[in-house]
Design a protein around this ligand. Sequence first.
Ligand SMILES: Nc1nc2c(c(=O)[nH]1)N[C@H]1C(S)=C(S)[C@@H](COP(=O)(O)OP(=O)(O)OC[C@H]3O[C@@H](n4cnc5c(=O)[nH]c(N)nc54)[C@H](O)[C@@H]3O)O[C@H]1N2
Ligand SMILES: Nc1nc2c(c(=O)[nH]1)N[C@H]1C(S)=C(S)[C@@H](COP(=O)(O)OP(=O)(O)OC[C@H]3O[C@@H](n4cnc5c(=O)[nH]c(N)nc54)[C@H](O)[C@@H]3O)O[C@H]1N2
Ligand code: SF4
Ligand SMILES: [Mo]
Length: 734
Amino acid sequence: MSGASSSVHFRACSLCEAMCGLAIEVEGGRVAAIRGDRDDPFSRGHICPKAAALQDLQDDPDRLRRPVRRTRGGSWEQVSWGAALDESAERLRAVQRARGRDAVAVYVGNPAVHSLGAMLFGGELWRTLRTRNRFSATSVDQLPHHLAAYLMYGHQLLLPVPDVERTMYMLVLGANPVVSNGSLMTAPGVKRRLQELRDRGGKLVVVDPRHTETARLADRHLFVRPGSDALLLAALVHVVFAEDLARPGRLAAFTDSMDTVRRLVSEFHPDRVAEATGIPAEAIRTLARELAGAESAVCYGRLGVSVHGFGGLCQWLVNVLNIVTGNLDRPGGAMFTKPAVDLLRRVGRGRYGRHRSRVRALPEFSGELPAAAMAEEMLSPDEERIRALVTMAGNPVLSTPNGRRLEGALEGLEVMVSVDFYVNETTRHAHLILPPTSPLERDHYDLAFNVLAVRNTARYSPQLLEPEQDCRHDWQILAGLQRRLDQRPWRARVGGRIAAMLGPRRLLDLGLRSGPYGAGYLPFAGGLTLSRLARAEHGVDLGPLQPCLPDRLFTPARRVELAPELFVADMGRLSRVLDGSTASRAAPGDLLLIGRRQLRSNNSWMHNCPRLLGGRERCTLLVHPEDAARLGVATGDRVEVASRVGRVVVPVEVTEDVMPGVVSLPHGWGHDREGVRLAVASQHPGASLNDLTDDQRVDPTVGTAVLNGTPVQVVRIGEGRARQVPRVTKLAKL
Ligand SMILES: Nc1nc2c(c(=O)[nH]1)N[C@H]1C(S)=C(S)[C@@H](COP(=O)(O)OP(=O)(O)OC[C@H]3O[C@@H](n4cnc5c(=O)[nH]c(N)nc54)[C@H](O)[C@@H]3O)O[C@H]1N2
Ligand SMILES: Nc1nc2c(c(=O)[nH]1)N[C@H]1C(S)=C(S)[C@@H](COP(=O)(O)OP(=O)(O)OC[C@H]3O[C@@H](n4cnc5c(=O)[nH]c(N)nc54)[C@H](O)[C@@H]3O)O[C@H]1N2
Ligand code: SF4
Ligand SMILES: [Mo]
């Protein structure tokens, strides 16, 4: 501890899904140091480098504190909140009046899910706008998980979480939790949890086209050809049935259509998928036998098998595998949470295909259209196209496929309003930017990630730092816009007004009181209330996950649908890959491009934090030595990578950690666009992976973007400064 005036405060980190407890030292109203909170019952002191960077974010001179308007000359002028909100609402309303409601689009990004205020107040604004053109980061991320949960269990948020604390066998496909800290699996310090799994005699198997940081911890790693996982999963289910290993146990009593699935996978013999997947048939059989024979086991497939041409089928088959082996809803398998605020009762069960995008007829899911369709919906020459956009906590120019095309489309908009605290690759196109307070300046409770945690816990983080004068929270900005846009008769508006009067804090109290551990509304009842939770400054432990089926199911008859029609129909598409009648998009000589995440990076938006940058260049293209030899490139050389939609120039890193024929570029870079006001990030710009990914590649079932397996050509354009005899680095630095 330094200085007499400093004090330590305990809060939760809201940057990623792990919800780590932080011990934050504050001195003179400023952050002096950030460490892990050892007394947090869930994270037990774990943090990653991004938490310490909260201090940089807090002090960042580039972070906007007050609204700005873009001038004709392209610079920015400060405007008052009243003027900025009035002008935003008026201009959006004018577009809707002249062109119809759908002429205004909305894009909501990932950090909105990490903000209590945005979670509580976003929905009302989007409902007020009543546009069909709603987009979000969901369709470049976890959409197939929601689709599978909705069709199988009846609720889009009833997502099974791998019980990593108790499992004896974990099969991981397309996830790198050691770096990402876990996703749809909130497990702070997941690396330690995976080590513990092995220490108790359990097994970890990783299937990934890259030998990842997680694969390094595993008992076994298998390279898989990008995009082929649905074949592998179908073959695993095939073996389980063919070798009579199916043991659904108590699940059988409330699971329908087991025989349909058995029939559907019958043609996916391991011998027939071996070549396409790159995994030998015997290895597939072994995997299936181990998984089915383990004391407890869980298959977990995340981003790599979600933003995938068969993402829907992959997430469905992951569920199928867990069910037929009896591992759903049992300790050590895939389990459901019992969160202190039951979001499932507050969010719709889900819906599918009520309308479609105009240009490509891609289906909506729960009121949203796929982000991959956003640019074409702006650029189509007809009268119905999108003319205006509201972005909220998102950076789609860097995070959705074919970012350059979207960028061009944004240029042509009549109005763009962004709720964001940076002038970045996306918001630089806005006419008005409405910046919210920072994570440390607002109250926080994780409504979303407690639904996805490997243990039931609850933790409240009241505002730590006083914002500068005249700053607004996300929820105040959203409520302010909503109030100005709402044209309904006053009676219909009462609900929104009351919510705004209560504010997030009291709404959270109501949520906790009415939740499964709640005190209800009687004054002296035991149970959770906000004030009781706030007194537990390290959070409260609500125990391990418990079996809860069939009661928790939201399907009409409380039964699991093992073979939803949509997936059954899509198996035809997979069969065509199997029998070779679907030609591969990759030409001979093409390499397949995949993405990766880095520990000191948070999607596209924390590269302005000095402590996360520096050191050697991290936006490098990983190339296997065999491919490097063929291309004549060595570590440090600069290459041009070209795809159907664009090209970028990046340095090469030769490594055996990628599969031959596959190259990898990290996601979230590309800060050298003109007009970006990120002083630190612009000095280490890197190149954007999404200048290469193709907006026309989607999983047709639900429109999720295919962000991996992009066919690319790589050409050497310059020698590295320190060109050596092909140096092979074993593992790219985190
Ligand atoms: N090729 C490829 N593309 C990908 C991925 C990939 O792996 N490969 N990953 C995908 C995934 S998983 C995701 S989630 C998306 C993310 O995509 P997005 O959500 O579109 O982008 P982010 O990089 O998270 O940008 C977040 C923005 O929110 C702002 N922000 C941060 N905190 C707050 C806040 O509290 N309030 C407000 N109002 N704004 C805030 C930041 O300044 C930044 O502009 O990218 C996807 N795109
Ligand atoms: N440090 C850090 N942590 C983060 C983030 C961050 O940007 N930085 N982002 C957060 C967000 S928004 C999310 S959604 C999560 C995502 O967390 P994860 O799901 O763990 O995502 P990634 O680390 O991108 O890992 C995806 C893996 O899929 C592999 N892969 C690519 N294509 C295929 C394929 O066809 N088949 C298979 N089997 N594998 C494939 C890639 O090589 C990669 O290892 O991370 C979160 N945590
Ligand atoms: S792992 Fe995630 S929650 Fe934990 S400190 Fe890092 S960014 Fe924050
Ligand atoms: Mo994500």
